[in-house]
Ligand binder design. Structure first.
Ligand code: MTE
Length: 332
């Protein structure tokens, strides 16, 4: 087992516990004042996140992974890694709220032990794994992947885990298995927004079996050499680096092999905007905005230049062949 949790477990402090109330309230009124114009809104968001980043501390400095760089092609990048504070305070995890700073503020209620992941459906060897068994199933390694969100921002994160294919090989899919469905935790008691009408719960994602088998698809237990913080999908999530970030389901509890394309949460909520494939593609716009450029979180001062979005998020050499001959405007 390569990732060690702190002796007392991984407790996340709530922002309001650490930020003195007066400072917090002062900040709220400042933000309200600034939230007027577009530039004001951007500045307000930036000020808010800086303050939250200072408030949310790394409670347990955990042991780094010993010598675990990946040998998988495409798993390293020369780009600057996003600051930990940005990657852990600017999140999407709708079970904990819809604002970017909600997961960092609210996800301390998520209970990550004991945890099991059930693997079933069209496989020879269905199994229920404890988190501890799942972690031990294969050697873990660090992969520095870009995460490009459908909303137009991106980050570069050193994830820790192993190829999803290791688990798939273990359970032996039947010949009829064509897709993999990823079902995440929906627990009203610990996730305040489960039950809200923003999405259908549980949050469900899916991949074609060959996509799930691609070595880039990572079953992820950690980041920055440490266990995943709750807001990033503890204790186990998916990372699919050539697809928009929403494909990377957090806090997985079930993995099911099927012969039919799974109905995924975002497609159910807005089918004209979010397709099953959701490959990063600068040539296919979202109906409401362009996907040609992106804002790198951490470089997002008011005057920072946007970056060009790359086909398949820059992983075309590794995954392009999965879509040979497909019309990617149709299968978006
Ligand atoms: N998984 C669950 N269970 N719930 C969510 O709301 N949001 C997705 C994805 N996984 C989401 C989820 C979206 S929209 C993105 S962009 C990524 O998580 C964000 O991952 P990050 O917060 O670690 O950057």
């Amino acid at each position: 087992m390569l990732i060690r949790t702190g002796r007392d477990g991984f407790q996340h402090p709530i922002a309001s516990e650490i930020t003195p109330r007066a400072v917090y309230e002062q900040r709220r009124s400042l933000l309200k004042l600034m939230a007027g114009g577009a530039a004001g809104g951007a500045l307000a968001a930036w000020v808010g996140r800086e303050a939250l980043a200072q408030a949310v501390q790394r409670p347990n400095k955990l042991a780094a992974l010993p010598g675990a760089k990946s040998g998988v092609a495409g798993a390293a990048t020369m780009e600057k890694v996003t600051d930990y504070k940005d990657a852990t305070t600017y999140n999407n995890f709708y079970e904990f709220g819809t604002d970017k700073d909600d997961p960092a503020k609210n996800a301390h209620t998520l209970k990550t032990r004991p945890w099991t992941v059930e693997v079933d459906g069209l496989v020879k060897k269905p199994a229920k794994y404890t988190l501890e068994d799942l972690v031990k199933l294969s050697a873990q390694e660090e992969r520095i992947y870009r995460l490009r969100c459908v909303e137009g921002w991106s980050m570069v994160i050193p994830w820790v885990g192993y190829s999803m294919s290791k688990l798939i090989e273990k359970v032996e899919p039947l010949g009829s298995a064509k897709y993999v469905e990823f079902i995440t935790l929906a627990d009203k008691a610990t996730m305040p927004y489960v039950g809200s009408r923003v999405l259908e719960w549980p949050y469900v994602e899916g991949l074609r079996l060959d996509e799930a088998m691609n070595p880039l698809t990572l079953l992820t237990f950690g980041m920055y050499g440490e266990v995943l913080p709750n807001q990033n999908g503890a204790p186990v999530r998916l990372v699919v680096p050539w697809k928009y970030g929403f494909k990377s389901g957090k806090s997985l509890v079930k993995i099911r092999f099927t012969d039919k394309e799974p109905r995924i949460s975002w497609n159910k909520s807005a089918p004209q905007e979010y397709g099953f494939y959701s490959n990063v593609n600068p040539n296919v716009d979202h109906p409401r905005w362009s996907q040609a450029t992106e804002r790198r979180i951490g470089e997002d001062g008011l005057f920072a230049k946007k970056r060009k979005t790359l086909m398949f998020n820059g992983y075309e050499p590794q995954v392009g062949q999965l879509y040979a001959g497909m019309d990617l405007k149709k299968f978006y």
